[in-house]
Design a protein around this ligand. Sequence first.
Ligand code: ADP
Ligand code: MG
Length: 512
Amino acid sequence: MIGVHVFRRKMCRPRSYFPHVSPSFFTTATLMMDTHTTLDLKELWGRVLTPLQSLLKKSEFLTWFGESVLLSYQGEVLTIGVPSDFYLQNMTKYLPIVQEAAQSTLANEYPVQEVRLCVDATIHKGDKRLVSLQKLTKSIDRLEKRELSGEVTLVEGLTSKLLNPKYSLENFIVGPSSQLAFAACQAVAQRPGTAYNPLFIYGDVGLGKTHLLQAVGNAIHKKDKKKAVVYSTSEKFLNEVVEAVQKRQTDKLRSKYRQIDVLIIDDIQFLANKDQTQIEFFHTFNVLYEARKQIILSSDRPPKELVLLEPRLRSRFESGMIVDVQFPDFETRLAILREKCQERGVMMSHDVLEFIAHNCLHSVRELEGILNQALAQYELVHKIPTIRSIGPILQKLNKNTPLTGYVAQEHTTHAQTEAEVIAHIARYYKVSSEDICGDSRKKEIALPRQIAMYFCKVELGKTYERIGEMFGGRLHTTVMHAVQKIQTLIKKEGSLARDIALLSEELGFTSH
Ligand code: ADP
Ligand code: MG
């Protein structure tokens, strides 16, 4: 890493090299270098050690930093003295985090470009230059006393209440579509920070990413209650960064996140385009990574397709283990349904479960949704779920695909195909269907195109790939982006929301 050096100063040779020189020579020499400023090196070093202690295990911190002194701060270089070569060799690996800690705590007051280690054999127990680590480690003790509760309390008021105990590795049903992701999660749960780091899980919505992320977090925390496990979404992280920037407290935010043992960030794709947040995340990522803390991330697509993400951040993500989750096959879907019934303590007939598993074609979340609706029917109106009673629920989801094992009773009157949707939207916006499927990027055409894509996905339930094909052979990521954009615009722009509502009615989608 640039700016980080192991350095052996001649002046700092062990005392045996200078038998005629008194031990205080080294101290004096160092102090002399800084006499032109009234710099309190001990105080300065204490400030750097404060955030550092929370990144390391207590024993590790005390062993290696207990006998370290700050020898000088000159020309933006911090020179740290350690008692022997043995210390020097062992502490080299901490240089990047020392540098980060120094940069974030000393900031503009004492800018640090470089951190050097140097042997100073005069360092001894009771040396006045040593910072008392007793005070510093009190906060570690607090961390170690932390109880397992829904809320994980970290140092400096950082809490994590988002880990939901309902997600575990035990209740995740493994199938061929999730085998690799599951195995990686198991390995990370057993050996956090060493197995695969970072672990990056991607896949479409509702396929179990959050479940897996949370399950790993829960497993690590269960095994070692002292581990500070933080689960956050990229939206939450983004909000925190925005708030910290507004209050000019980015240093505080940095040190908060750097006290973590396991950092889990869900739906990282939402960081795309958020430059400042990406920079903050990049720094936090690096510090945790260098300190061998586990990082687990999820996204709706692989790192290489996160095109709006800074390349250096993308390549960090790519440096670890990347696994995907896909839509489970029929057998796995059936097993998931059984598991969910068992969790809720309900029995459902085998035929009904098979019927649901056969006809649920989009996501596990949808699978659960159907089950929930079936159970609600039962609880509210005591209607035992049957193929007939559940049929309409599935029919709505599958639109124009005939259900397996069920004869639809009513005919739907809404638009059935992409072509119908395209034609209608083209008419509405006074453009042609060819324009919509064509190459023009003009706003008057691009917006109707994105709206048409949105309806094909949300109402017709087509896959991104299929929509891409229908819209002039576009990439599925383009479609994904379009759908997301419209979903965001609906929330933000009243006029667009009205257009969508009107179109939805005209296309016959509003009845459900
Ligand atoms: P994602 O984060 O990928 O959008 P979630 O993790 O939120 O998806 O999953 C949606 C729902 O489906 C959750 O309730 C989750 O427990 C459940 N689920 C997904 N995959 C599985 C699985 N293989 N086994 C058990 N439950 C699953
Ligand atoms: Mg999720």
